[in-house]
Design a binder for this molecule. Sequence first.
Ligand SMILES: Nc1ncnc2c1ncn2[C@@H]1O[C@H](COP(=O)(O)OP(=O)(O)OP(=O)(O)O)[C@@H](O)[C@H]1O
Ligand SMILES: [Mg+2]
Length: 469
Amino acid sequence: MSVLLVEDDASIAIVITAALEAEGFAVTHCDSIAERDRLLGDQSFAALVTDVILTDGDGIETIGTVRQLAPAMPIIILSAQNTLDTAVRASDTGAFEYFPKPFDIDELARTVRQAVGSSSGRAKAEEEAQVQGLPLVGRSAPMQAVYRMITRVLRNDLTVLILGESGTGKELVAEAIHQLGQRKTGPFVAVNTAAIPGELIESELFGHEKGAFTGAVVRHAGKFEQAQGGTLFLDEIGDMPMQAQTRLLRALQSGTIRRVGGREEIAVDVRIVAATNRELEPMISAGTFREDLFYRLNVVPIMLPPLRDRADDIAALARHFLAAAASEGLPRHSLSDDAAASLARQPWRGNVRELRNFIYRLALLARENVIDAAAITALLSGMPKSDDGRGAADLESAVSGWLADADPPAGTLYDAALAAFERPLFISVLRRTGGNQLRAAQLLGINRNTLRKRLHELNLDPLQVVRPG
Ligand SMILES: Nc1ncnc2c1ncn2[C@@H]1O[C@H](COP(=O)(O)OP(=O)(O)OP(=O)(O)O)[C@@H](O)[C@H]1O
Ligand SMILES: [Mg+2]
């Protein structure tokens, strides 16, 4: 049986040819799309193994021609463009398998063997959805695994549980699953189950009838009903109160909901995507998270790696955020390689969110067009650090430093200063209250949910603050 290999890198082609021949295939190799189409027109092949970027075109974009010439032939795609976009485009072609480079050559040979042996090689060919790129940056191996998982849930409605530390991109992944999936024309409804007070959560999720309780002056459709035909994103699921967990489980089991104060059982057609930064297993043991709900939600788990496990992605993320900051009106900068390397060495406990906030401050404050490692070090040491609780005196000198050093564009300084001021303020107050958020909110004179939200946005963990390290 013969396999057609389209690969313009001669050394990779040699290695793949050898592995496929060892697996018993005859290999025909070419290095362009034109040659590929000519060969496919002339003879039949048991499988096609193809690179994406070729000198005369894109191996994925032109897959339609391959389908016309050889409708049933399984296709295996190799790519060095290890983005989610490529993974999705590859899976949309109905390719049998997609291998981001570098890959295990023996696994490739085994996969070709399987593809030839299976008739499902042609199965996914019909759909040629037009997929546009998403703002998920990072090509590290751990992110490749995430992209593969995402592509596996696009053609079905399986429940997805996204796990990972705060700021790792869980919400972004939830949006990607919706936008790329078969429900993209339906609504995407996100609900932060931690931010809703316990007594309101049922009416939030399931809605209420007019007069169901004091204040229920009109009938209200809950998040489940709002998400009909689309995706319901249950964020911070690990912080959901126990009673609400029970009601949620019932809704998921029955596929129906009942509005608070209502009698009618309403059928709901929603895809559930849940996310949490909490470790659910210990919570199950402790009795604060329902085990049966966990199994309901944990059908397809997607683990987002912390940024420290994918330092390879940091430079690309930093450049992405610098460009984003510029498009939002901050001064345009670029990043030197040693600056990128310096960023890659930082721990980023707040993950991508912390990196993003840092880059925006950098965009605001940096004086040179090309940001170098020294500028990074200066900003890292000049700003209040994660948990050190430095006070207002330091802040004052930091602010006058910013004003002296930079020429901040109108409209951004207040937010930057506020964030820098809130951090030591919250840390001091939380230390004073022993981590009690309710008392901290009272002392500050702000709403407890506001405090909670700001702590989250600033990546401050009240318990860490009280007991650092
Ligand atoms: N891979 C990525 N590429 C580009 N931006 C990213 C990526 N991952 C995260 N971000 C950005 O980082 C920030 C935090 O991401 P997100 O809100 O999705 O995190 P999260 O995991 O939901 O955090 P939390 O647990 O705190 O809710 C957002 O501004 C998001 O756009
Ligand atoms: Mg989130």
